[in-house]
Design a protein around this ligand. Structure first.
Ligand code: DGY
Length: 323
């Protein structure tokens, strides 16, 4: 019997690619070049399964291509706002994702950015590298305390809770959150977490605001000029969720004007072409979408896709079905 044809749109960890190659008639992307919309359309016509990631925009006009062979999109990532899932569903395409396995690594990056922004880590690194550092000085690069400060989490799913755990147990931080429904009592008790009635209430009280809501139309520019203005002038904004949750221009203005003290970003609108205004600011720490980028996590994400494909081709229930 012919093996199912599977396309992986970018390079994956070698151990996962080896397993895929054993199981399927797989096409890997050795050059690691992102596919164009036209190439994605052709992929949908030629493969039984396509395995995209956050870089592959799959709007309705791509998914609606005629003469599709593809039946499943095994997304390499937990976020799937790059896929029009309503269009996929309408086209009879199954979509799966990789929840659970990237919780800790992404929360670690959120905490890294919080610490970098608070303690001006990137600025310090640049000072040393520029050879302009003249030695210890009582007023040099003075920064903000983390221990004992208040962390406000917008969204309180797995990654936000993992960050809250690190912040509360590791740094004695007070935890505030907003979420449509209250969190489980055991989690609230463990973290002494307080649910705010509104985002405005959370923004006004937090020393650090970390975004953990999904991307997409509902949260686009949630952090706009109006909401940024509600933050304390001493506060920092951390974004490891999706770039379009923050209005880049409004954030650049707030950072320039000093209406907030700093920001730490791992995700951007229009990645990788982030707004050039960020590059001119010292009070923003910039990482290149590293949330899940540990060897173990990226391997586990690949294993999740493998498990979803295996279940699909065996006609079994899919572990991580989105639609
Ligand atoms: C995720 O899993 O959503 C990461 O941001 C990479 O796509």
């Amino acid at each position: 019997m012919n093996k199912p044809k599977v396309l992986v749109t970018r390079q994956w960890p070698a151990s996962v690619e080896a397993k895929l190659s054993n199981l399927y008639d797989v096409t890997l992307n050795e050059s690691d070049r992102p596919l164009t919309a036209e190439e994605l359309k052709i992929a949908l016509q030629q493969y039984d399964a396509v395995c995209p990631n956050v870089c592959d925009a799959l709007p309705a006009q791509v998914l609606n291509v005629e003469n599709k062979r593809c039946k499943i999109l095994g997304n390499f990532g937990v976020g799937y706002n790059h896929i029009d899932v309503a269009a996929a569903k309408q086209q009879g395409l199954i979509v799966t994702n990789t929840p659970g396995v990237l919780t800790q690594s992404t929360a670690d990056i959120a905490m890294t950015l919080l610490l970098m922004s608070a303690r001006r880590g990137a600025e310090g690194d640049r000072l040393v590298r520029s050879k302009k550092w003249t030695g210890w000085c009582p007023t040099q690069l003075m920064s903000s305390d983390v221990t004992g400060a208040t962390l406000g989490l917008i969204g309180f799913g797995r990654i936000a809770q993992a960050m809250a755990r690190k912040a509360h147990h590791g740094f004695g931080m007070k935890i505030l959150y907003v979420k449509p429904s209250p969190a489980e009592q055991a989690i609230v008790d463990e973290l002494q977490a307080v649910r705010c009635d509104s985002i405005a209430e959370l923004l006004a009280q937090s020393d650090y605001v970390s975004l953990h809501c999904p991307g997409g139309a509902e949260t686009k520019h949630l952090m706009n000029a109006q909401n940024l203005a509600l933050m304390k002038p001493t506060a920092h904004l951390i974004n490891t969720a999706r770039g379009d949750v923050v209005d880049s221009l409004a954030l650049i203005e707030a950072l320039k004007a000093g209406t907030i003290r700093g920001a730490g970003l791992d995700v951007y609108e229009n990645e990788p072409n982030l707004h050039p205004g960020f590059l001119e600011l010292d009070n923003v720490s910039l990482l290149p979408h590293l949330g899940s980028a540990t060897i173990a996590t990226r391997t586990a994400m690949g294993e999740k896709v493998l498990a979803n494909l295996a279940a699909f081709f065996a006609g079994e229930e899919l572990p991580d079905r989105v639609v």
